[in-house]
Design a protein around this ligand. Structure first.
Ligand SMILES: Nc1nc2c(c(=O)[nH]1)N[C@H]1C(S)=C(S)[C@@H](COP(=O)(O)O)O[C@H]1N2
Ligand SMILES: [Mo]
Length: 401
């Protein structure tokens, strides 16, 4: 095959929703056959069975597929709980398949009395707590920097599906750390994964000892699925997804602040509003909590029949529940109140609903959430190079026929 033919084939496969990099990887693994297979998948995001190992275990069928992520289609969700099969996956490396019988998590560091190793059975013997908490990737909505502000943010171009809400169960991180004895000198707790590259993120000792911070071994009543951190992950409600480390191998309690990739170069706000000098050794402002947001549970663009519809959506904030969602069908000229649906749980997302009388034509709907602390989604965004934490009022196109 000539270079021109190869280039044409790659271009054809790109039209089927694969990135160039992904295709080159496919080509390296499976040659021209793999590229031809990529061309057979329906154009755009959708079900694809590839002949190379994907970074997740789940069937990508119901998801929007990115090279290393699976994005949830919000329109497939109805309740507060996101079913495990529909929960988004954000992996920096392939999902490791860990064997529970050999699994241990080590508690280490200069700020514990003694280093300990715990098996899964030992974790499961500790008193179990449950919290219904949403989890959102800091990069969720990143793709809208381009469409809404005209600026390109680097990183996976997520739409709105890098978020979900589950009931997480397991011992508190505090009860796990107590087995090792936390010294008064403790400053940070670094949680380190067993995946390739040992993904890790440290948090301050206070956040680690907060009773809502769990070492979760169960998700919605089932053992954690492999893609979501089996056998154990941290869950840090309100903090961005990257602080909830999957496949925990080690928890290190230190008397010095921990600086590593995920709080110096990644998951930091880099831009004019965050002068690097103030944040050294980080390149910008390290991200901890998320931001208040709302999203309609409809495809983009949505297609509806003329007539009255009850529209649903999800709204969430790390600063306590969303208590108000307003919607507008006239570009923000006038706002109406949506209903917040029960149950309203402190760390979960809230569902909202409103009736809309759809007239034929193209429309733009807006939704705007306010949380208990009075935080509201803004009209304008402050750009950061890696495109985190976008939460402007997002236009949602609806085509009514
Ligand atoms: N070990 C490990 N933990 C990880 C990650 C990872 O790649 N490796 N990704 C993080 C990021 S960026 C997010 S948004 C969440 C996603 O969790 P989920 O895949 O269960 O939805 O996991 C976090 N924990
Ligand atoms: Mo993330």
């Amino acid at each position: 095959m000539s270079n021109e033919e190869l280039a044409a084939l790659i271009q054809r496969a790109q039209e089927h929703g694969f990135s160039r990099r992904q295709l080159l990887k496919l080509f390296a693994a499976g040659g021209v056959g793999a590229l031809l297979a990529a061309c057979e998948r329906p154009p755009g995001p959708g079900a694809a069975t590839l002949s190379v190992e994907l970074p997740w275990v789940k069937d990508p069928g119901p998801f929007v597929q990115h090279p290393t992520n699976l994005e949830t289609r919000l329109e497939l969700l109805d309740g507060v709980i996101t079913p495990n099969e529909l929960f988004f996956v954000r992996n920096h490396a392939p999902t490791p398949r860990l064997n529970a019988s050999q699994y241990v998590v080590r508690i280490t560091g200069d700020a514990v009395e003694r280093e300990v190793e715990l098996t899964l059975a030992e974790l499961e013997r500790l008193p179990s707590e449950s919290v219904v908490a949403y989890l959102e990737c800091a990069g969720n909505w990143r793709g809208f920097w381009l469409t809404e502000t005209g600026r390109v943010a680097s990183g996976g171009q997520w739409a709105r599906g890098g978020v979900g809400c589950a009931e997480w169960s397991g011992p508190t991180l505090a009860s796990v750390l107590a087995l090792a004895g936390v010294r008064d000198t403790a400053v940070d707790v670094d949680v380190i994964g067993l995946d390739d590259g040992a993904f890790s993120r440290a948090m301050p000792i206070d956040r680690a000892l907060d009773p809502t911070t769990l070492v979760a071994t169960r998700m919605n009543g089932e053992p954690l699925p492999a893609d979501h951190g089996y056998p154990a992950r941290t869950v840090v409600p309100g903090w961005v997804g990257s602080t909830s480390v999957k496949w925990i191998g080690e928890i290190r309690v230190t008397s010095e602040k921990v600086w590593s990739k995920n709080n110096t170069t990644s998951y930091v706000l880099i831009g004019d509003d965050w002068p690097a000098a103030e944040y050294a050794p980080a390149d910008g402002g390290p991200i901890t909590t998320g931001v208040v947001k709302s999203a309609l549970a409809l495809p983009r663009p949505a297609r509806l029949d003329t007539g009255s519809h009850t529209l649903f959506g999800f709204a969430y904030s790390p600063q306590g529940p969303v208590i108000r969602v307003q919607w507008s069908a006239d570009g923000g000229g006038s706002w109406q109140e949506a209903r917040i649906l029960d149950p309203v749980l402190p760390h979960a997302w809230q569902r909202f609903a409103f009736e809309w009388d759809a007239q034929q034509g193209r429309h733009t709907l807006l939704t705007r959430a306010t949380d208990t602390g009075g935080n509201v989604q803004p009209e304008e965004a402050r750009f950061n190079e890696k495109g985190y934490l976008l939460n402007i009022v997002l236009p949602h196109e609806v085509v009514v026929s």
